[in-house]
Design a protein around this ligand. Structure first.
Ligand code: TXA
Ligand code: MG
Length: 339
């Protein structure tokens, strides 16, 4: 495995590797992806193998433009067209009917395909250089935290990819919003980097998962969206409604707190609410001191990667407000807390 800087020559090389059936880890504005030629079933099979991903969990196909989407989608209904015009390139994945030629493995045998046009210039350049559509799940072992830096990919999958293109830290930090356009009204299967508000401004009302990130069991989530996902190895304990303070105080009283615990909070306001209880934690992290949800999303996975490397007994966290990128953060926290 090589880690390459995103020079023009290296982007061309990365595209050629994909075209030749290789596996290339590449930065997007959401998280790093593990890319392969979507039309090459053998290359796609290697992606599943590298991630130890179950074959029932379909991949997202990345294209460089709306025109590229027509090579993988059998039809593009008006709402999909409107979203492509308003919000692409960006962190929004659209589920549309697939074309015959796309291997079944990419879509896990479903008649639909997930399509995304990433905004990151490195991802776009590599897709263009490959001359094909690029199937790319997040570049992490299945079920583990998603990578937002090249070093996360190197640590987790290093020997299983042909090369990693280093594009620095991912700006958005949580995966794309997955929107199913094969039903009416369209439904969000995975909240992510594109806020509900922006989607509804473009196409009107959509179905959205219940607040709080779970427990799932509501309307059918994405295939492969198991309750447990995005999880650190260190147990993550997500506070119930009412916040972390009361839950943690009770656990302390009952002797249910590990010796070395970390607390993960949104910002200074949440820290103030926790008061003197904060002193009981060995480590404290704020996702965004000022409480901004976009900033919090951007630091979520890198903070969890860091805490997971400290050999702690547990990580305590609480949910964030349900607006903007809040639902995406809560979804990841909930899934990280479920084992
Ligand atoms: O931001 C992202 O979306 C990142 C970057 C690399 O683009 N990719 C990513 O891929 O998160 P992955 O494989 O980790 O997640 C893909 C999600 C899964 O929840 C999968 O179940 C869903 O998309 N999905 C894919 N194809 C689908 C389909 N045909 N119908 C419903 N859900 C689908
Ligand atoms: Mg993933």
């Amino acid at each position: 495995m090589e880690i390459l800087e995103p020079t023009a020559a290296n982007l061309a090389l990365a595209g050629a590797r994909i075209a030749a059936g290789g596996l290339v880890a590449l930065p997007t504005e959401t998280v790093y992806g593990l890319g392969a030629d979507a039309f090459n079933a053998a290359a796609v099979a290697r992606v599943f193998e590298a991630k130890a991903r179950p074959s029932f969990d379909p991949l997202i196909v990345h294209v460089a433009s709306a025109a590229g989407a027509s090579r993988v989608a059998a039809s593009i209904p008006p709402k999909a067209r409107a979203l492509m015009e308003a919000l692409w390139p960006g962190p929004l994945t659209l589920i549309l009917p697939k074309v015959e030629e796309l291997p079944e493995l990419v879509t896990s045998g479903l008649p639909s395909v997930a399509i995304r046009c990433p905004a990151h210039p490195v991802a776009r350049a590599i897709i263009e250089a490959s001359g094909t559509a690029v199937a790319a799940p997040s570049a992490n072992p299945f079920g583990y935290l998603s990578p937002t830096r090249a070093e996360h990919v190197a640590r987790m999958l290093g020997d299983r990819v042909d090369l990693i293109v280093d594009g620095g830290s991912c700006e958005i930090g949580v995966e794309s919003t997955v929107l199913d356009l094969t039903r009416e009204p369209p439904r969000v299967l995975r909240p992510g980097g594109m806020a509900r508000e922006a989607i509804e401004a473009a196409i009107g009302p959509i179905d959205f998962p219940p607040p709080g990130g779970g427990p799932a069991g509501g309307p059918s989530p994405s295939p492969g969206q198991l309750d447990s996902h995005y999880a650190p190895r260190t147990p993550l304990r997500l506070a119930p409604e009412g916040g972390l303070g009361p839950a943690f105080a009770e656990a302390l009283r009952e002797g249910r707190v590990g010796r070395r615990a970390a607390v993960l909070l949104l910002g200074e306001a949440e820290l103030a609410r926790l008061g003197s209880l904060a002193g009981a934690f060995a480590e404290l992290r704020l996702l965004a001191p000022g409480g901004g949800l976009a900033e919090a999303a951007a630091s979520l996975f890198s903070t969890l990667h860091e805490l997971d490397g400290l050999g702690l007994d547990e990580i305590w966290a609480e949910r964030v407000p349900e607006r903007g990128l809040g639902p995406a953060i809560n979804d990841r926290l909930y899934k990280a807390s479920t084992k």
